[in-house]
Design a protein around this ligand. Structure first.
Ligand SMILES: [Zn+2]
Length: 381
């Protein structure tokens, strides 16, 4: 009893102590609360520049008259890109980290270290009644877009990954890789199967703007921009911005509960692998144009969180001594990916969560929080 009385007394004292500390601060009288509640977002637009490290951003910015749309973002953070089995990640493990909040092995598409499927943020958005979309300048079954929609032990199983599009209710997708849908070893015609499921399907034989105006009443859209890999921007590929804005308008028009779209500038990475500075810069500038248009849209909308990041850096790409802003001397340390931390740029409601240094998996959790979804933590992380 004595101990209980003593404890009660201690509790009362500590309660009073708290009161004396709290009382002098009149929270209501302060114009700007010290810790205002983070806002929630109706929509999230997630832009991934594959292989876009700080060297790529720097070279792209100087090559663009010392400016880029990334300078318009008020919150900047860094993520740690390592995968579940290697310090140097690949695009599949990295995209799965963003999509599922889980560090997995290199090559994994939406599966954990034991190859078990994990629900992606896109699939969860569908379940919650949001509209969903994917846009890429690689094939749509390539590692980054695939990790939002498919579950496969290997990123190389393109034909299997394509069949996973039929297992979802994704509302909008644009990217390359038509042959994985309609020229398959199993002779299935996934384009016809998607059409039977309610999709309006198109491809590069019809100009994207013509396709868009001819199908203004479509409820689900799939458009395949090439048979295999889309061309580099320098060889005439120019659909990223149009496809991104088509997707955003399409999803927003039918999204009472908001939408989630992932838009990838896929080939900055391919420039890095090729150790080709011009390839990197032209792909960065193409992606930069898309970022600008997306930001313009989000500024008007006011309910949309925009996050831009990369999965990893590619090439160990740096600006060398002897460079000027107009004449860059660049060098590479590898034809593979490097392990550098990666910038995260964010704008809009919920963006304040994306400052600081955090894991790539945290981007998944921060996005869920930004939507105001209930907490969810993987036990095995
Ligand atoms: Zn790569």
């Amino acid at each position: 009893m004595k101990i209980a009385a003593l404890l009660l007394a201690l509790i009362l004292i500590s309660c009073n102590a708290n009161k004396t500390i709290q009382n002098p601060v009149q929270i209501d009288d302060i114009a700007t609360p010290i810790a205002s509640k983070p806002k929630t977002a109706k929509n999230i637009i997630f832009l991934i520049g594959d292989g876009m490290g700080i060297g790529q951003i720097t070279a792209g910015t100087y090559s663009n008259g010392n400016t880029s749309h990334l300078e318009r973002f008020p919150v900047i953070g860094l993520h740690k890109p390592y995968s579940g089995n290697e310090l140097i990640t690949d695009s599949a493990a990295a995209a799965t980290s963003f999509a599922c909040g889980f560090k997995t092995y290199n090559g994994a598409i939406g599966v954990d270290l034991d190859t078990l499927p994990i629900e992606t943020i896109l699939e969860e958005a569908e379940m919650k009644g949001l509209k969903t979309g994917l846009v890429a300048t690689s094939t749509i079954v390539h590692a980054t877009p695939a990790s939002y929609i498919a579950h496969n032990k290997s990123r190389k199983n393109y034909e299997e990954i394509a069949t996973d599009f039929l297992k979802t209710e994704i509302d909008f997708f644009i990217g390359g890789g038509k042959k994985f849908f309609d020229r398959r070893e199993d002779e299935r015609d996934l384009v016809a199967e998607l059409e039977a499921k309610g999709y309006t399907m198109g491809n590069y034989l019809t100009d994207l703007s013509e396709f868009r105006s001819a199908n203004s009443s479509a409820t689900k859209i799939g458009y395949l921009t090439s048979d295999a890999d889309p061309l580099p921007a320098a060889q005439g590929r120019d659909y990223l911005t149009d496809a991104a804005m088509y997707g955003i308008d399409f999803l927003d028009n039918s999204a009472d509960n908001g939408f989630f779209i992932m838009i990838e500038g896929s080939q900055i990475d391919w420039g890095g692998h090729a150790n080709n500075s011009d390839y990197i810069v032209t792909e960065f500038l193409d992606f930069n144009e898309t970022i600008g248009r997306v930001l313009d849209w989000a500024e008007k909308d006011g309910e949309t969180l925009v996050v831009v990041t990369a999965d990893h850096e590619t090439g160990g790409y740096t600006i060398q001594p002897g460079s000027t802003q107009d004449t860059l001397v660049t060098a590479f340390t590898t034809t593979k990916h490097s392990g550098d931390f990666i910038n995260v740029f964010s704008y809009g409601p919920g963006s304040e969560r994306f400052g600081g240094i955090f894991n790539n998996t945290d981007i998944y959790y921060k996005m869920r929080e930004a939507y105001g979804w209930e907490k969810k933590r993987m036990v095995l992380e």
